[in-house]
Design a protein around this ligand. Structure first.
Ligand code: GLN
Length: 486
């Protein structure tokens, strides 16, 4: 049996019944990586030895009767989360050899629950991008089609899970970076409510939008991962001190009495007809599962892209000021003065897209422009948030496509940042509003590319999302389908 193809919950059962050990499971995953990694290219840092040590330790703990929620399960982590024993590059040359002095809170939680962390996976530099082409090291390819993008910025996480190179992964989502690659690679990906999961040790892109979340092979695994990573953290003042429900317990409840809103603005021009078809048939499946379907309106949707691409770069320009060659990572040595050192370090250490965002953000925050751009964007952000509040007065969740199209060829839009920004239109509103959203596989294009369905709910209503997604998963006939990687 190919253990690497198991879900977290399936592997957990086999570990519990002692049919397999974590060492066997981890060896299976590592041999899978040996076979497919040349094609998929999802890892920046792979820690084979460390993984086997952690597996050994998990097996020993289990024999002593001490097994955590993720005991012995091989998991990968986006290279934006600080790990004290592995470099954390953020996909950037400027942090190429940076080993953080501490673990992110979510990493600590994985370790406490006995997870086996196999390595750090690829991402767009500082999580800025939608294709992973902005990674300074390697560009993962979509496991479903050679030469096609895995999505971004958590493209390494999505590709890795879709290719069975780890049983699950952690990503981060500032404007869609978990949901979009999950959709393009045919896995489940969730951005939790802002404040549900600690951001301590998540390298900051745009602090008012960033959230950590899971990418998994199915919905039950997503719920399990969310159980582990959620909760208040005194190191993150924006994390919320409210009880964490058991997200796995209500998955199987039906959808009777659940109201599903379909936002008219999300089915606008520019939507690929194949994507629309798959999502509309997904909506029919939710109706079959007992949900009531109604139309809702999110009238400020057309401003989302403009608002996001002011607020996110503004926050990024401030957050990325810390990479000055003095305290972190890369430093240009042959320089004439301190200012020259800053200038050359940042010019050579950052890639094009990161520099573009720093310039946009600095401009938007500068004296004389602040009111016209940043302040105005923040005001419209409130209108977008209010749209959702009004919609959730009438329904429990809203459903839509995740991306306007399925995956595309690597290089196809690489020189057109505006086209890429526009393709984020359906995911960025959840971050602006702070609400939870997920992508669940719903079908395939005629060319065999995965298509996800997005579900969004009111703050802290992850349970209803997971329940609806689980019900869709039972009907969509996509679960268990694997890309052919030989
Ligand atoms: N594609 C979006 C961007 O480039 C989202 C990134 C993210 O969620 N980290 O900003």
């Amino acid at each position: 049996m190919d253990y690497f193809s198991l879900t977290l919950c399936e592997a957990q059962k086999l570990l519990e019944s002692e049919d397999i050990t974590s060492v066997q499971l981890t060896e299976s995953v590592l041999s899978r990586i040996d076979v497919v990694e040349d094609r998929v290219k999802s890892f920046i840092t792979l820690d084979k030895e460390g993984a086997l040590d952690q597996a050994e330790e998990a097996d020993q703990q289990r024999r002593k009767g001490k097994a955590g929620m993720l005991s012995g399960l091989p998991i990968s982590v986006k290279d934006v989360l600080c790990t004290s024993n592995m470099r954390t590059t953020c996909g950037s040359k400027i942090l190429e050899n940076f080993i953080p002095p501490y673990d992110a809170t979510v990493i600590e939680k994985l370790k406490t629950e006995g997870a086996v962390i196999v390595g750090k996976v690829a991402m767009d530099e500082f999580a800025m991008g939608s294709t992973n082409e902005n990674c300074a090291f390697n560009v993962p390819e979509n496991p479903w089609k050679k030469g096609f993008v895995a999505g971004g910025s958590s493209g390494g996480s999505a590709a890795c899970v879709a290719a069975d190179e780890s049983l699950a992964s952690l990503g981060s989502d500032t404007g869609g970076s978990i949901r979009q690659p999950a959709s393009l690679c045919g896995v489940v990906g969730m951005k939790p409510t802002y404040g549900r999961v600690s951001r301590y040790g998540l390298v900051a892109f745009a602090s008012s939008l960033d959230q950590v979340g899971p990418l998994t092979k199915d919905v039950a695994d997503c719920a399990l991962m969310l159980n582990v990573i959620s909760g208040y953290d005194r190191c993150d003042s924006t994390s919320i001190n409210s009880p964490v429900p058991d997200y796995t317990s209500s998955l199987r409840d039906g959808l009777g009495g659940i109201k599903v809103g379909v936002p008219v603005e999300y089915f606008d021009k520019g939507l690929d007809p194949e994507v629309e078809l798959v999502v509309r048939s997904g909506i029919d499946m939710l109706r079959d599962a007992g949900a009531d379907i109604l139309e809702v309106s999110l009238p400020h949707t057309e401003y989302c892209v403009a608002v996001y691409y002011l607020i996110a770069p503004a926050e990024a320009s401030s957050n990325l000021a810390r990479y000055d060659g003095v305290r972190y990572g890369y430093r240009e040595l042959d320089t004439d003065s301190l200012i020259d050192m800053y200038r050359r370090t940042r010019s050579h250490g950052f890639g094009e897209e990161v520099k573009r965002r720093i310039l946009i953000g600095t401009y938007a925050l500068s004296a004389g422009y602040y009111d016209a751009y940043y302040k105005k964007a923040s005001q419209v952000r409130t209108l977008i948030k209010d749209d959702f509040a009004r919609a959730f007065d009438r329904c429990d969740l809203v459903v839509s496509p995740v991306t306007p199209t399925p995956s595309w060829r690597i290089g196809e839009k690489a020189d057109d940042p505006l086209a890429l920004y526009l393709s984020d239109i359906l995911t960025i509103s959840a971050n602006l509003a702070g609400i939870p959203g997920l992508s669940v596989p719903a079908g395939f294009s005629g060319g065999g590319l995965p298509i996800g369905m997005q579900m969004q709910a009111a703050h802290f209503n992850e349970e209803v999302l997971l329940r609806a997604a689980w019900n869709l998963e039972q009907r969509a006939g996509v679960k268990g389908k694997k890309p052919d990687l030989g």
